[in-house]
Design a protein around this ligand. Structure first.
Ligand code: ADP
Ligand code: MG
Length: 688
C-alpha cells in the first residue's frame, strides 16, 4: 500500500487519538512530519568498545555498569554538577551533567546496574569523560547487537525507541516519489522510498556512510531540502524580473560631479559596483541588489553616488541604517558630498524633535528632500515620500525581512539596494540572498595598511598601557571596548562607569570619553563629535561603536574580554581602526575563563583580516543557524541539511531548481504538481 503524506498521524497504526493529539501539539501533524522526524544520530553497535581504549572526540556506544552517582556544588553558584561514574572490566569513566536532564534522572540508577552510555568522549585536564551522554538500562538492547540504531530526540515522555517503533510500522508501506524523473536521473538521486526507509533503518553495511552523512539516502533527503528552498528563490527571482517599475532617467552627471569633488580616487571595485547599480536603475524592473564589501571598503560612497544618480533622475532615496550613530555619520557625509550639488538631505531618527520632524516630513512629501537618512524611524506610517524610487539598507543583516519590506512599500516598486559588511560565505549568500544580484567590493582603498592584531592577557595590563600611551603621544587616538556582560540596563551602566574610571586613572593626562547605549542621543553626538575632532583621545565604549563609526585618526582598538565576542563582532570592531594613513593595532585582551573556541577565535583574528576568511571560519565554528540567526535571516530550519557540510549538494540543488523554473516557470506541468504542494507547505513555516 502507498502511504499518503497528508494523512493525519492519528491514523498511523499504533497511534491512537491521545498520542495523536500529543504529537499534533508538538508539530507532528501529518504522516510526512513523522517521516521527516529524522534520527538525530546513529548509535554504532557494530564493534564492542572498552573504556580503556576510548579516544577523545569519539562518538561511542558503551556497555558498562553503574559504579557510583554523586553531585557536587558548582563554583559559588547554587547549581550542582552531577556525576555518574560507570565501569567495565577495563576501567572507569565519569559522565558529567551540568544541568539535570529531567527531574529524577539520576535517581533511576542503582549500583552495578548494567547500562548503555552513548555520547562523545571529551578530553579534560588529562582524563577522558563524557558530558551529558545518554544513559539507559541495557535490558531490551541485546537484540540490536551489530547494528546501527537510530536515535531520535525524545519528545518528552515519548522515547527514542517508541518513536522508532511507530516509524517501523509506517515504513511497511511504500512512499510516493516527489521529484521529477529527469532531475533524479541527472543528479543520480536515490528514490524517496528507499531513501527514507534507510534513514530510519540504516543497513549495517552502509554504517560508515550513515555516520558521516554521506550515504545516498541522506544525500537524497538533503537534496530535497535545499531544492525546495532554491525553487522558492528561483520563483521569486523570476517574479522580480517580471515586476515593472519606471527606469530612472539620469545621465550620471551628478554622481560624476560627486566623484570629482572627492579628495581621493574611488577603487576599481567601488566603480564597478556603482556601474552595476546604475545599469539596474535604468531598467524597467526594480533592482534587487546586494553590495557586499568588507568593513572599510567604502560602501557608503557607492550608496551616496546611487542617491545622487536617483536625485538627478528626479526620484527620492531612503537610506536606512541600524543605529543612530551610523545615521548621524551618514548624514554628515551626505551633507558634505551631496549638499554642494544642490541635493536636499534629511535625517530622521527617534530623537528628531517633533517640530523639526514635522518640517522634515513636509519637505519630504513635497519632494524637497531627495535623500532621507535614518533609523527604524523611517518605517513609521506617517513618513510619506513624494516619489520614493530607491531604497538603500545599510548593514542589512540587522533588519528583519518585514522592516525592509515596509520601507519598500513607501514607493511604487522602488529599486532596492542592500549593503552588508558582514561578509557572508558564498554558500550562505546563495541561500539567504539567492534572489539578489550581488556586487562585491573586494578591494580596499589605496594606502590602507594591514592592522596588526595581537592577543594578550589581563595580567599584561601595564604593557598594554605603555604601548597605548606611546601611540597617544604620537597624536593617535584609541578605542577601549568591552562587552555587555549581562543584558541589564543598570549593569551596563555600572560596567561602563567602572571601565571608564579605570581607564581614566590609567591614562592620567589624556582626555577619556565614554559612550554607551544608555546615553541620550545628544550626549552620544557630543562625545562622538569630540572624539572625531580629536578633543578626546580615548573612547571607552560598549559595542555601540560596532558598526559604521569612522574616525581615521583612531589607530588603536583595545578589546577587553575579547573571549566574550564572536568572530564577526571582533572583525567589525577591528574595522573601526585602520581607516587612515597611520599604522593601526588591535589588541585582544583575554580573561582567564578561556574556552578552546575563544582562543581559536583570537588566533584566527591574529592570522587574517580578510572578512570572507573570517566569516568562513565563523560559519564552520558556529554552524549556520547561529551564524545568521535563523529568525532574522528568514532561513528555514533544515531538518537534515547542513550548509557547511553539504555545500556540494546545495550547489546541485540550486542548479536543478533554476533549470526547472526555466522549463516550467509556473510549475504547472503535471510532473511538478507535487513540488508545488511542497513549496506551499514550506512557505507556511517560513518567514522569508
Ligand atoms: P564601509 O564599507 O565599512 O561602510 P565606509 O563607507 O564607512 O566603509 O568607508 C570607510 C572610510 O573610507 C571612509 O572614511 C571613507 O570616506 C573612506 N573611503 C571610501 N572610499 C575610499 C577610497 N576610494 N579611497 C580612500 N578612502 C575611501
Ligand atoms: Mg558602512
Amino acid at each position: 500500500m502507498e502511504l499518503q503524506f497528508d494523512t493525519s498521524v492519528q491514523f498511523v497504526k499504533g497511534i491512537g487519538p491521545k498520542l495523536g493529539d500529543f504529537l499534533r501539539s508538538r508539530g507532528i501533524e501529518r504522516v510526512q512530519d513523522l517521516l521527516e522526524y529524522y534520527p538525530r544520530a546513529y548509535e554504532d553497535r557494530r564493534a564492542v568498545c572498552h573504556i580503556q581504549s576510548l579516544v577523545p572526540d569519539q562518538l561511542v556506544s558503551l556497555k558498562a555498569h553503574i559504579h557510583k552517582v554523586r553531585s557536587m556544588p558548582m563554583g559559588k553558584s547554587n547549581r550542582r554538577i552531577w556525576e555518574v561514574v560507570v565501569a567495565d572490566s577495563t576501567g572507569r569513566i565519569a559522565c558529567k551533567y551540568f544541568r539535570m536532564p529531567y527531574k529524577g534522572y539520576f535517581e533511576r540508577f542503582e549500583p552495578f546496574q548494567e547500562v548503555r552510555v552513548i555520547g562523545k568522549v571529551t578530553h579534560y585536564r588529562g582524563t577522558m569523560e563524557f558530558h551529558h551522554p545518554d544513559i539507559h538500562p541495557t535490558a531490551q538492547d541485546e537484540v540490536n547487537e551489530n547494528s546501527l540504531v537510530p536515535i531520535y530526540a525524545a519528545i518528552e515522555g515519548l522515547t527514542s525507541s517508541k518513536i522508532s517503533r511507530l516509524l517501523k510500522t509506517l515504513l511497511t508501506q511504500s512512499i510516493p516519489e516527489t521529484l521529477p524523473a529527469w532531475i533524479r536521473e541527472k543528479y543520480a538521486l536515490l528514490s524517496l522510498d528507499p531513501a527514507l526507509k534507510q534513514i530510519h533503518q540504516p543497513p549495517v553495511e552502509l554504517g560508515d556512510q550513515f555516520l558521516s552523512f554521506s550515504s545516498p539516502a541522506q544525500r537524497r533527503v538533503i537534496f530535497d531540502e535545499f531544492f525546495t528552498l532554491e525553487l522558492h528563490l528561483a520563483l521569486k527571482k523570476a517574479g522580480l524580473e517580471k515586476e515593472r517599475s519606471t527606469p530612472i532617467a539620469a545621465r550620471g552627471l551628478w554622481s560624476e560631479a560627486l566623484k570629482n569633488n572627492l579628495t581621493f580616487r574611488l577603487t576599481q571595485a567601488q566603480l564597478r559596483a556603482f556601474q552595476e547599480i546604475t545599469l539596474d536603475l535604468q531598467k524597467p524592473h526594480p533592482m534587487h541588489r546586494l553590495v557586499q564589501g568588507d568593513v572599510g571598503s567604502g560602501k557608503t560612497l557607492v550608496a551616496l553616488m546611487a542617491a545622487a544618480f536617483a536625485a538627478e533622475g528626479g526620484v527620492q532615496t531612503a537610506l536606512m541604517v541600524p543605529t543612530e550613530l551610523l545615521a548621524d555619520q551618514h548624514f554628515h557625509n551626505a551633507e558634505k558630498y551631496l549638499r554642494p550639488l544642490g541635493i536636499g538631505v534629511g535625517l530622521l531618527t527617534s530623537q528628531t524633535k517633533s517640530k523639526e520632524r514635522a518640517t522634515l516630513l513636509g519637505d519630504l512629501g513635497a519632494g524637497r528632500v531627495q535623500l532621507l537618512i535614518g533609523t527604524h524611524a523611517l518605517i513609521q506610517d506617517d513618513v510619506e515620500f513624494h516619489n520614493l524610487g530607491l531604497v538603500v539598507i545599510d548593514e542589512q543583516h540587522r533588519f528583519g525581512v518585514e522592516q525592509r519590506n515596509r520601507l519598500k512599500c513607501k514607493g511604487l516598486s522602488p529599486h532596492f539596494l542592500v549593503m552588508t559588511a558582514t561578509p557572508i560565505p558564498r554558500t550562505l549568500a546563495m541561500t539567504v540572498y539567492g534572489d539578489l544580484d550581488v556586487s562585491v567590493i573586494d578591494e580596499m582603498p589605496l594606502g590602507r595598511q594591514p592592522i596588526v592584531t595581537r592577543k594578550t592577557f589581563q595580567s599584561k595590563r601595564n604593557l598594554i598601557a605603555s604601548f597605548v600611551t606611546a601611540q597617544l603621544k604620537k597624536g593617535r587616538q584609541a578605542y577601549f571596548v568591552y562587552p555587555l556582560i549581562e543584558e541589564s540596563e543598570t549593569l551596563e551602566l555600572k560596567n561602563a562607569l567602572e571601565e571608564f574610571e579605570q581607564v581614566t586613572k590609567e591614562f592620567a593626562g589624556f582626555k577619556v570619553g565614554l559612550l554607551h547605549g544608555r546615553m541620550k542621543a545628544a550626549e552620544k553626538d557630543d562625545v562622538m563629535g569630540r572624539f572625531r575632532a580629536g578633543e578626546i583621545q580615548i573612547l571607552v565604549s560598549t559595542t555601540v561603536i560596532e558598526v559604521g563609526v569612522d574616525v581615521p585618526n583612531a589607530t588603536l582598538m583595545v578589546i577587553e574580554h575579547a573571549e566574550r565576542f564572536g568572530l564577526s563582532q571582533l572583525h567589525q570592531l577591528r574595522g573601526r581602526v585602520g581607516r587612515g594613513e597611520h599604522k593601526s593595532f588591535c589588541i585582544l585582551v583575554l580573561g582567564y575563563a578561556l574556552s578552546d573556541e575563544a582562543t581559536q577565535r583570537a588566533e584566527i583574528m591574529e592570522r587574517t583580516s580578510d572578512g570572507f576568511k573570517i566569516a568562513e571560519a565563523d560559519l564552520e565554528m558556529r554552524g549556520p543557524g547561529e551564524f545568521l540567526g535563523t529568525r532574522q535571516s528568514g532561513l528555514p530550519g533544515f531538518k537534515m541539511a547542513n550548509l557547511v557540510r553539504d555545500v556540494r549538494i546545495l550547489q546541485e540543488a540550486r542548479a536543478a531548481a533554476f533549470a526547472l523554473i526555466e522549463r516550467d516557470p509556473t510549475l504547472s506541468q503535471a510532473e511538478h504538481s507535487e513540488l508545488q504542494v511542497r513549496l506551499e507547505q514550506v512557505m507556511k513555516t517560513w518567514v522569508g
